[in-house]
Design a protein around this ligand. Structure first.
Ligand code: MG
Ligand code: MG
Length: 243
C-alpha cells in the first residue's frame, strides 16, 4: 500500500511540471474511410518523464483528473492541436478534423465553452476542424448543463463524437437528447467481433441504431483486415486503429 501511495505521489509531483518541462506530446492516430481516405485523426497524449520513463495515459490521466491537473493539461492539448492544424494547413496537408478527448471534469468547468472558443478562434482555426470526443460519464448528474454546453458549442461550429460507446452507463435517452454527430464503437467490441457472437450482435445493433438516428459511425481498435472486412460488412465504413 505504501509503495502504491509513494508511486502515486511521485507521478503527481512530476505531472505538475510535465507541461513546463515539455514532457507531454500528442500522437495523431489517423481515421480512414473504406475508400482509404484519411477523414480525420484523434489526438492521443503521451508522457515521457526522465524519472518515471514512458507513462501510460491509463495510469496518469486518472491522477490528472483527481488532482485537477487535467484542466491545464486539457488546455495544453487544445492549444497544441490548433497549432498542428495550422501547421498541416501551411504544409497543404489537409486533414478534415482532429478529434480531442475532453474529460468530464474539463467539460464541467464553468468557463469551458469560452476557453475552447477563444483558444480556437484566437489561433484562427475554424471550429469545424475540431471534433470533441466525450464519453457518457459527462452526463452523469448534470444532463441539462451538458445539453446547454453542447448546443452552444454546436452553434459555434464544433462537432461531437460519443466515445467508448456502450461501455459506460449507456442511456438511450442521452443519445436521443444530445446533439451528437458521430458515434464511436468502442475497441472492446471490435476486438471480439470476429470470434465472439455477442460482440458481433452488439456492434450490429449499434450500427443500425446510429444510422437510424442520423449519426456517422466510426470503429476504433481496428487492428486486422478481418476487423475491417467484418465492420464494413455490417455497414460501418470509417475506421481507426493500428491496422
Ligand atoms: Mg477517444
Ligand atoms: Mg475511445
Amino acid at each position: 500500500m505504501q509503495d502504491a501511495a509513494d508511486k502515486r505521489l511521485k507521478i503527481e509531483k512530476n505531472l505538475r511540471l510535465a507541461i513546463s518541462n515539455n514532457e507531454l506530446s500528442l500522437h495523431y492516430q489517423p481515421q480512414l474511410s473504406d475508400a482509404n481516405e484519411i477523414i480525420g485523426a484523434e489526438a492521443l497524449i503521451r508522457w515521457n518523464n526522465p524519472e518515471l520513463g514512458f507513462m501510460s495515459p491509463l495510469e496518469f490521466i486518472p491522477i490528472a483528473e483527481e488532482t485537477g491537473l487535467i484542466i491545464p493539461i486539457g488546455k495544453w492539448i487544445i492549444e497544441t492541436v490548433c497549432q498542428k492544424i495550422k501547421l498541416l494547413d501551411e504544409l497543404k496537408l489537409h486533414l478534415p478534423h482532429i478529434a480531442i478527448n475532453i474529460s468530464a471534469k474539463q467539460f464541467h468547468q464553468a468557463d469551458f465553452v469560452s476557453m475552447l472558443v477563444h483558444n480556437v478562434f484566437d489561433q484562427k482555426v475554424r471550429s469545424n476542424r475540431v471534433m470533441l470526443e466525450i464519453t457518457e460519464s459527462v452526463f452523469l448528474g448534470s444532463l441539462e448543463e451538458a445539453i446547454d454546453k453542447m448546443h452552444s458549442l454546436k452553434k459555434s461550429g464544433f462537432s461531437f463524437s460519443i466515445d467508448d460507446f456502450g461501455t459506460g452507463y449507456s442511456s438511450l435517452t442521452y443519445l436521443k437528447r444530445l446533439p451528437f454527430d458521430q458515434l464511436k464503437i468502442d475497441q472492446s467490441f471490435v476486438r471480439g467481433l470476429v470470434d465472439n457472437n455477442t460482440d458481433a450482435a452488439i456492434v450490429k445493433a449499434i450500427v443500425v441504431m446510429a444510422k437510424s438516428m442520423g449519426l456517422t459511425l466510426i470503429a476504433e481498435g481496428v487492428e486486422t483486415d478481418k476487423h475491417l472486412a467484418y465492420l464494413s460488412g455490417l455497414g460501418c465504413h470509417d475506421f481507426q486503429g493500428y491496422y
